[in-house]
Design a protein around this ligand. Structure first.
Ligand SMILES: Cc1cc2nc3c(=O)[nH]c(=O)nc-3n(C[C@H](O)[C@H](O)[C@H](O)COP(=O)(O)O)c2cc1C
Length: 366
């Protein structure tokens, strides 16, 4: 049987063995931005999932761009060396054809926060908080840090930080870069009218609001022409007066024009007032809307955790890839299980080959 989920795809010149991606997932376990032993086990685990595309967690381009004290960064030589060491180890055990990328980001007004398991709110006095930055001096919610609105010089410096981190990502050995313009982090804060009240060329019209993300894409592509560069966007804010799906589609088109090779279509994250109707595949329609408006591959994400559901999304041409986050945390062998469910044989490491008959039994395929 052929399954579209296990068909290869080439994105920006980079070939992926199947349509399954590990979605980026913050682990809040770094040491001043550097990957730790936790990352070593996590990246090696991702390498063996069988997902063709592995996107490492939100990795910040400057120290003050971290969500928490535990967030990963690529802003120092030490960060770069730790990422390289960790990635090299993951590559040595990876399933054939696995491609590794890193999500470059800046948290903006959602920086200086506690780790989720410490509460997740803004850092308090005594917890080493720092001054956050954003498009405008609008806090994420009541009681959150009021960000400092970025000056023209700071905006240009930020583009430079993305370029520097892209060089570090290339030297560390990543295959691709994903620019994080979703989930209410800095680039989304510029894109959304909820958080961008600027009157200069970085605010106002949608064209102006998406300028920062577009300039970063162009600068990064220019800096690392041999790397594939994609982006993740929030297609809608799910808030009255926020970014609409129609505008989200325009953001996608602007980023395609700037040169991204793929778009991952997520949503929300920029307001506590968001009203999201969640459920299986609740964001797939957003990927579909973007797919109809661009020519580059589109990745769907959000409560995709069933092999047949994932297969249908690809076979019905609603998206070109699916990204899984929580399903991979729960079952790092999800892609193997999906292959067994869909009757596809995938090559596994010989050390693990004796597990496949049991996997088939569990999914009722034998
Ligand atoms: C533990 C955890 C960490 C996450 N960290 C990130 C991140 O670093 N960058 C990002 O874009 N999304 C992040 N997300 C969101 C996921 O990538 C994904 O979009 C979301 O969980 C919906 O997919 P799912 O239903 O398959 O979990 C995170 C999600 C989880 C559960």
């Amino acid at each position: 049987m052929t399954a579209q989920l296990f068909s290869p795809i080439t994105i920006g010149g980079l070939e992926f063995p199947n349509r399954i991606a590990v979605a980026p997932m913050c682990q809040y376990s770094a040491d001043d931005g550097s990957a730790s032993d936790w990352h070593l086990q996590q990246w090696m685990m991702y390498a063996l999932t069988g997902a063709g595309m592995v996107t490492m967690e939100m990795t910040d381009v400057e120290r003050r761009g971290r969500i928490s004290h535990g967030c990963l960064g690529l802003y120092s030589d030490h960060n770069e060396a730790a990422a390289k060491r960790t990635l090299d180890a993951a590559r040595r055990v990876a399933q054939p054809g696995t491609r590794f990328g890193v999500q470059l980001a800046h948290a903006g007004r959602k920086a200086s926060c506690q780790r989720p398991w410490e509460g997740g709110g803004p850092l308090r006095a005594g917890q080493d908080p720092w001054q956050t930055v954003s498009a405008s001096a609008v806090p994420f919610a009541e009681g959150w840090h009021t960000p400092h609105p970025m000056t023209e010089e700071e905006i240009h410096a930020l583009i430079g930080h993305f370029v520097k981190s892209a060089h570090r990502a290339e030297r560390a050995g990543f295959d691709f870069i994903e620019i994080h313009a979703a989930h209410g982090y800095l680039l989304h804060q510029f894109i959304s009218p909820l958080s961008n009240h600027r009157k200069d060329e970085w605010g106002g019209t949608l064209k102006n609001r998406v300028r920062l993300a577009s300039e970063i894409v162009k600068a990064v592509k220019n800096a690392v022409p041999n790397m594939m560069v994609g982006a993740r966007i929030s297609v809608t804010d799910w808030v009255d007066g926020g970014l609409t799906v129609e505008e989200g589609v325009e953001v996608a088109q602007a980023l395609e024009e700037a040169g991204v090779a793929y778009l991952c279509c997520s949503s929300g994250g920029n307001s506590p007032l968001q009203q999201i109707a969640t459920g299986p595949g609740y964001q797939v329609h957003l990927a579909e809307a973007v797919k109809r408006a661009v020519t580059i591959p589109v990745r769907a994400v959000g409560m995709i955790d069933d092999a047949r559901q994932a297969e249908e999304i690809i076979a019905d041409d609603r998206a070109d890839m699916v990204a899984l986050a929580r399903a991979i945390l729960s079952d790092p062998r999800w892609p193997w299980r999906a292959a067994a469910t869909l009757g596809v044989e995938i090559k596994s490491a010989p050390q693990l080959a004796r597990s496949t008959s049991l996997m088939k039994k569990w999914v009722g395929a034998e």
